[in-house]
Design a protein around this ligand. Structure first.
Ligand code: SF4
Length: 238
């Protein structure tokens, strides 16, 4: 790919590009990847604010780009309703969920296992069933301590490219884009949430760290569900 920014470049780009330049760069990244991978390029839409931006950018590149949503039994009612509205508007979004039984309150005493079963497994299934060669995420390197070490294009799994087209955006620029393009968002943001996930693991906090409200009180506080850190291809080993 023509966009081959190093980690040092990423730091410079975060601070050096203005909002309009970042939008153009993100569109260029998606466009270039779409030309290369065609329908095997698929957006992972978490329904969060960052995914809403990525999804809107992808639709500007081509209305034919497909996506998938991973949902869980613990999503807030507002998120479930927002998901229904989004899928009704974009039927090219497929919904994946793991309904297998798990121990009660697994999220309290073993959140990594809970996320592995409820989030990572359906993500693996989506990638397999949709024959994904390049998955597109809303990951940003300014989101918190666990997200500083990514690149715009990565290949952590064999034969699976990961594209992070808004990696260099600030949180402020996400809201700028959503407002300017009138993109609908989950109404929970109006209550003060800055990072949304399952109900038991998402909290409103005043901490400067954007993801500080995730998994509070557990070993995973401010951390990751695993889809960005765990292997996703069928030949993985847990
Ligand atoms: S975010 Fe919480 S409830 Fe949701 S899968 Fe992870 S640990 Fe379980």
């Amino acid at each position: 790919m023509a966009f081959t920014a190093t980690r040092q470049d990423i730091r410079t780009l975060v601070e050096g590009l203005n909002f309009a330049e970042k939008v153009e760069r993100s569109l260029g990244l998606i466009e270039e990847a779409y030309q290369k991978y065609g329908e095997r390029l698929v957006v992972a839409n978490s329904l969060g604010k960052d995914s809403c931006v990525v999804w809107d950018l992808a639709k500007r590149v081509s209305p034919n780009i497909r996506g998938f949503i991973v949902t869980t039994r613990f999503k807030p009612a507002e998120t479930v309703q927002f998901m229904r509205e989004t899928v009704a508007r974009y039927p090219e979004l497929r919904v994946y969920e793991n309904r297998e039984p798990i121990p009660e309150k697994l999220y309290e005493f073993e959140p990594d296992r809970c996320c592995e079963v409820l989030k990572v497994e359906p993500t693996r299934r989506a990638i397999e069933e949709m024959d994904v060669a390049c998955w597109v995420t809303g990951l940003r390197c300014t989101e918190g301590r666990t997200r500083t070490d990514f690149l715009e294009t990565e290949e952590r799994d064999r034969d699976l490219v990961k594209l992070n087209p808004i990696l260099i955006w600030y949180e402020r620029e996400i809201w700028q884009y959503l407002a300017l393009h009138r993109v609908p968002v989950n109404p929970l943001y109006a209550l003060g949430y800055r990072s949304l996930g399952c109900a038991p693991c998402s909290h409103i906090v005043a901490d400067p760290n954007e993801r500080a409200g995730r998994w509070i009180g557990t070993s995973k506080c401010g951390g990751e569900c695993g889809i960005h850190t765990r292997p996703l291809k069928a030949d993985y080993q847990i």
